[in-house]
Design a protein around this ligand. Structure first.
Ligand code: FEO
Length: 405
């Protein structure tokens, strides 16, 4: 049975929720699911904006049919060719044989690479092209690498609606909610956390490209943002754009400390705990502690984007960096994390090398600096170590207070 919702007189939400997928891109946990958004515009020509993942096809096809209400489909705009948005395109083309696809030339190539039979059904568009569907006029805006190179967003100048592709998306299903102003106050933080985790892990690498898109968007009178995942933004758009601006410039949202700790037998963890205790006693209000063996890196990455300071605490393992810590550092490098102040705590029973190796790995990150003296544990925390950890906490607290003023 169909499950659709009118957005305005001409636009209907025909997207779907996916609560069965465990890992987004088979990497990132989805404890609260994800939505694949699709929109149907009814005008002289009827237009479908993107499709959905194949796993949710049955619901989607019923939604499109119901929204069309007996009319035919004229166009399908493919903003993004990734399968979570384009997998059901073939079936839509079969069901609506007169419909033509509007997409970038690169998207056409990608659709063909993924095996979609779009021969003779595609009209390619490029940055700045405008298409009129009757009352509604759509302008295409190239948004390469937000999140793939073929991506375009589009702007309906009749209603001020930005169809933003992956940009401004979020993990988390739409549990009856469609607009951000329908989110219950207590749920707002959960939404923002999942929007941050989505942005930082999926699009975070491409901050420069997101900045280019934000500059283009600044010239538009945007009244509503319709992304391909998560809620539609129409009430406090500026607030979310401001978050995107910070994230894409790799600017922290808050002065605060993320402690990313790996620990084999609890000794490195004890050192990190002493540090956390000393930080809070020195008035540092925001301290987030992660055991990297237990926490998926996507959550730690989101926190690193959120806060200004990072402490990496790691045992030496096979004469190298403890694997879960190494994995996190790889993610930080892959996601282009910049502009953070980082401190190191290392441990080992012999040949303690991981602090040096972590320092070498971090040299590849732009605008990151090492703060305080590295603390070196020999198997467990000694009285000297305790003093060094407290001195490190003081150095971090002093740096935070200096940046606050
Ligand atoms: Fe939601 Fe880049 O796909």
């Amino acid at each position: 049975m169909y499950n659709i919702r009118k957005i305005d007189d001409d636009l209907t939400f025909v997207g779907v929720n996916d609560r069965r997928l465990n890992l987004f891109e088979n990497v990132h946990p989805l404890p609260e699911g994800v939505s694949y958004n699709s929109y149907l515009l009814k005008d002289k020509k009827n237009v479908l904006f993107d499709t959905v993942d194949w796993s949710c096809g049955r619901q989607f096809f019923e939604n499109v049919e119901a929204a069309l209400d007996g009319q035919d489909l004229d166009y399908i705009v493919v903003h993004h060719a990734e399968p979570d948005h384009a997998a059901t395109l073939d079936e839509i083309l079969i069901r609506y044989p007169k419909a033509r696809v509007l997409c970038s030339a690169k998207a056409k190539t990608f659709l063909e690479q993924f095996g979609h039979d779009v021969t003779n059904r595609v009209d390619t568009v490029k940055n700045g092209d405008t298409v009129s569907f009757g009352k509604h006029e759509l302008t295409f805006i190239a948004a390469p690498m937000v999140h793939w190179p073929e991506v375009m967003v589009s702007f309906d100048s009749t209603t001020g609606t930005l169809f933003s592709a992956d940009a401004f998306g979020s993990f988390k299903t739409l549990d009856g909610v469609l607009f951000e102003d329908e989110i219950n106050g207590a749920e707002e933080i959960a939404w923002l956390n999942e929007a941050r985790r989505y942005y930082t892990n999926i699009v975070g690498k491409y901050g420069k490209n997101v900045q280019m898109l934000l500059k283009k968007a600044a010239g538009l009178d945007i009244k509503m943002i319709c992304p391909l995942h998560g809620v539609i933004w129409r009430h406090d758009i500026a607030r979310f754009i401001e978050k995107y601006d910070l994230w894409s410039r790799y600017e922290p949202e808050h002065l605060g400390v993320v402690i990313a700790c790996g620990s084999m037998y609890g000794d490195t963890e004890q050192a990190a705990d002493i540090l956390a205790n000393a930080l809070v006693q020195r008035g540092v209000k925001r301290v987030r502690f992660f055991d990297v063996s237990k926490t998926h890196p996507s959550y730690v990455i989101a926190a690193i984007f959120r806060y200004s300071h990072l402490v990496i605490a790691s045992p030496t393992y096979n004469l190298g960096i403890y694997p879960p810590v190494h994995n996190l550092i790889d993610d930080m490098k892959n996601l282009n994390i910049q502009n953070r102040t980082i401190s190191i705590v290392e441990n080992g029973s012999w040949a303690i090398k991981c602090g040096t190796l972590i320092g070498e790995e971090l040299e590849g990150l732009s605008d990151c600096s090492i703060l305080g003296n590295r603390v070196t544990l020999k198997s467990s925390v000694s009285e000297d170590n305790r003093e060094s950890l407290i001195a490190l906490a003081q150095a971090i607290a002093d740096d935070i207070y200096a940046k606050k003023n």
